[in-house]
Every structure is written in C-alpha cells, then in structure tokens.
Design a protein around this ligand. Structure first.
Ligand code: PXG
Length: 291
C-alpha cells in the first residue's frame, strides 16, 4: 500500500507521523471517510468541501487548495490500483510543542490512505439491524459541534463501547434534550405513513453526505421528507427505519431497545431508496482511471 503524506507517497511501513503531532496529542485535526465505486470516488467534491468546513471551524489551515486535494486523492487511488474501496483523508494540526495551543504548530499535515473496505455482513442488509439507545449523550453543538468531523471521536467511541456491551452493531445517541441526534458513525431515518423523517442537523449530527444523497433520492422518487425533532417514541412507532453512512450505505433497522420496528423486516420505502442510492454510485463522482 502507498500512503500519501504531505506531497509524497510512502510504503505502509514508512508511513509515519510525529509523536508531537497535535492530531495524536489532542485529537486536533479533521478527517473524511470516502468510498470508491465503479472507478469513481463517490461525492468527492462534497467530502472535500466538508473537510474544508470542518477545518475552518477549527481555524486549521489546510496547506493545499481543494483542487489539489482532489487531485492528490485520485492519485492515491491510482497508486494503489483501486477502483473500489475506501479512502481516509486526514488533516492533522501537525507537529507542535507539548502544549495544546495550535499556534505552536507551524504546518498542518495531509494524509491520504486508500484501501479496501470491511463491509457489514450481507445479512444486516437482508434482515436488518437490532440496535439500542445508549446513555452517552451526543456532544453539545456549543461544545464540540458534531457537525465538525474532527479527530476527536471519543464521544462516539464511548457510545460504541456501550453498543458493544449490549451486543449490537450501532447505537442511537440522544442529545441533552432527549431528541435523537444520530448513531456513532451513521445518520438516522424513519418512514411513517410513506413519509421520510430524519433529525434536523441542529439536534447534533454530522452533515452526512449519505444523508444528503438519500434526501436527494427521496425527492427524485417523489417521497416527501422533513427534518423534525424525533424522540425514541417516534422510532418505536415507525413503519420503517434505516441508518445512512459512507461505510454502511443504507442499512435497515428492525429493532430498537427491544421494540420491533414495523413488520420486523426491511420495508419497501427503504428498498426503493437503496436501489436509487446504488444507481447514483454508478455515475456520481470523480473518475479514477480514464478508461
Ligand atoms: N455521523 C457520524 C458521527 C459519522 O462519523 C456519519 C454520521 C455519516 O456521514 P456520511 O457523510 O459518511 O454519510 C458519520 C460518518 C469509520 C467511518 O471508519 C465512519 C464514518 C464514515 C466512514 C467511515 O468509522 N462516519
């Protein structure tokens, strides 16, 4: 594997960062998880845009233009001869002193890893997931805003540990008001009487690119969608439920906190959206190889 670090490609064994990098010392940095499908980097421009937004929120200057970062990402896929897979783009605050002040870090570091992806087992897509709500609440929008895709993922890691303890693959996180925010690495959707609902981003969620794509698919399919605050009760009485994320794509949920959702099987609206999503992955995104 060839890993891009600050303009150069390194073999995996030599792809290293400093122990003085504030990405390691303080979780000070931003990242993106991106998919390649059919020789295209899906929604690459949208991911790069969100990376620059996350960096802006942290006053972190990415030492490359968006266009150069797009070019470097595509080149990393080519160097690894990948047309399908997963890309992890990381921008750390860079090397600094043993103090948290970001002004002590002269230059941010850009890392691009292109690899294959460990997918959820097919049975989750066929039969749906069982999940639980966890006690760890989502961070406040005025502390570390969940909209910032930062390297500080401990809030999510704590929730994931609670999901692991409960023997499930994902966890619903509520905000401090008790409304549904999102899962540890996925956004949440429900279907009720043919209409699609997802929590508003102000509830404390990532501006999910898969979430946006699903909302686009719904519009194109004539499915009405809206973004009201949702409670656990709304999830329990939903006809259908699913999660969205770059890694999971669209994964149906059939049980939440012991309550069976709808028929207990993935539903028809979910199936339509899954089909529409997969169509988009064929045509949407920057091409890797020109053939
Ligand atoms: N919420 C959170 C907290 C996330 O981290 C999503 C929602 C879905 O957003 P996208 O833009 O992907 O639709 C995410 C995304 C990983 C991994 O390896 C995590 C994500 C994406 C890709 C890989 O854990 N999280």
């Amino acid at each position: 594997m060839k890993v891009y670090i600050d303009g150069q490609f390194f073999d995996e064994a030599d792809a290293k960062v400093s122990v003085f990098d504030h990405g390691l010392l303080y979780g000070d940095g931003v990242f993106e998880g991106i998919r390649m499908y059919h020789n295209r980097v899906f929604k690459l421009r949208e991911h790069i845009e969100r990376l620059f937004w996350s960096a802006k929120a942290l006053l972190l200057e990415i030492p490359m233009s968006p266009a150069d970062l797009i070019a470097a990402t595509l080149e990393t896929c080519r160097q690894n001869n990948l047309r399908e897979g997963y890309i992890r783009l990381v921008v750390t605050r860079g090397k600094g002193t043993l103090g948290l002040d970001p002004r002590r870090c002269p230059k941010a570091s850009v890392i691009i890893i292109a690899s294959t992806i460990q997918l959820y087992p097919d049975k989750y897509y066929q039969e749906g997931l069982t999940i639980v709500t966890v006690p760890t609440t989502r961070m406040l929008v005025n502390s570390v805003n969940p909209a910032i895709k930062s390297l500080n993922y401990l809030n999510n890691v704590l929730a994931r540990i609670e999901a692991n303890n409960a023997g499930v693959e994902e966890a619903i996180m509520l905000n401090t008001e008790g409304f549904v925010a999102e899962c540890t690495g996925d956004n949440v959707f429900i279907v009720q009487k043919g209409r699609l609902y997802t929590p508003p981003l102000s509830a404390g969620a990532l501006y999910g690119i898969t979430r946006n794509t699903v909302l686009d698919c719904a519009r194109e399919l004539g499915i009405t969608s809206s973004e009201p605050n949702l409670t656990r009760y709304d999830l329990f009485i939903a006809d259908e439920m699913f999660l969205t994320g770059t890694a999971a794509e669209i994964v149906p949920v059939v049980k939440v906190d012991g309550r069976v959702i709808g028929t207990g099987r993935p539903g028809p609206v979910t199936a339509k959206l899954v089909a529409a999503f997969h169509e988009k992955t064929k045509t949407d995104g920057e091409m890797i190889f020109s053939d």
